[in-house]
Design a protein around this ligand. Structure first.
Ligand SMILES: C[S@@+](CC[C@H](N)C(=O)[O-])C[C@H]1O[C@@H](n2cnc3c(N)ncnc32)[C@H](O)[C@@H]1O
Length: 247
């Protein structure tokens, strides 16, 4: 599956932290949206958690957090950083954990890996099925068709005490999806290695996301200007409001 190899997982945090991606601010906005709808929320599941950069912040706020991540190299990085956290090796289209959560989040791209609308609905349905009544699903969508820039090129460089990394990416539209190619150069004392990552992500429309939430039994709001460049979808599972539940 996908291009999340050991080589990429090794430099993932270096690249995205150095780009200035503010995982702390994104996580804080997710928490705000959850708490606005479910003030007592105390558990969260982060789906497609990657190397655990949002989990790092969620675990400081919620009593109980877990992750789902199918790519072993990414999961290993998360487990190395947070050995006490449960990170499940599972696919968001079809998973069943042994508990439900007050909140479920899915940030920075995992949903784009759903190949079509049926998979989008399966994934949102699976995440919704892990919410307690009144629980909140927060989803960072991938680009909408009208926001995607065909032929987009990005170049960046990052370094830490032992490595310098350069990444150049190029994205093109292919029907209702985009293909991204990213080439990496990694230099250290032993020399320079290079690798390439290619991926295809779906460009779902806003109404397709909203319909997937509704089909999963969630009320849905799209907040275009919060947390990420793509905004957030926030859904609430029906049922007794948390405060009204029998104690
Ligand atoms: C760009 S990374 C984002 C990781 C993390 N959420 C972050 O913000 O850094 C996309 C992640 O989606 C995961 N992913 C791809 N397909 C998935 C699927 N079917 N189910 C769950 N996660 C998936 C990848 O393995 C990868 O870790």
């Amino acid at each position: 599956m996908m291009g999340y190899t050991d080589e990429l997982a090794d430099v993932y945090d270096l690249i995205f932290h150095s780009r200035g991606k503010d995982y702390g601010a994104e996580a804080a906005e997710v928490v705000r949206q959850v708490r606005r709808r479910y003030p007592e929320a105390s558990s969260l599941l982060d789906v497609g958690c990657g190397t655990g950069n949002h989990l790092e912040h969620f675990r400081a706020v919620f009593d109980h957090v877990e992750g789902v991540e199918p790519a072993l190299p990414m999961r290993r990085q998360a487990e190395k950083k947070f050995p006490s956290l449960r990170i499940h090796a599972a696919d968001m289209r079809d998973f069943r954990l042994d508990r439900d959560f007050d909140a479920v989040s899915c940030m920075f791209g995992p949903i784009g890996y759903m190949a079509d609308e049926a998979q989008l609905r399966a994934a949102v349905g699976c995440m919704a099925a892990h919410l307690v009544p009144g629980g909140v699903l927060v989803l960072d969508p991938w680009w909408f068709p009208e926001n995607f820039i065909d032929g987009y090129v990005m170049a960046e460089a990052a370094r830490d005490e032992s490595r310098s990394v350069a990444r150049v990416s190029h994205s093109v539209r292919n029907g209702t999806s985009m293909c991204i190619t990213a080439r990496y150069l990694v230099g250290n004392a032993a020399g320079i290695t290079e690798f390439c990552m290619r991926d295809t992500l779906s460009l779902f429309r806003e109404d397709q996301y909203a319909d997937a939430f509704t089909a999963a039994g969630l009320t849905v709001e799209y907040l275009p200007s919060v947390a990420t460049d793509r905004g957030l979808f926030v859904g609430t599972r029906g049922g007794p409001a948390p405060r009204e539940r029998a104690t």
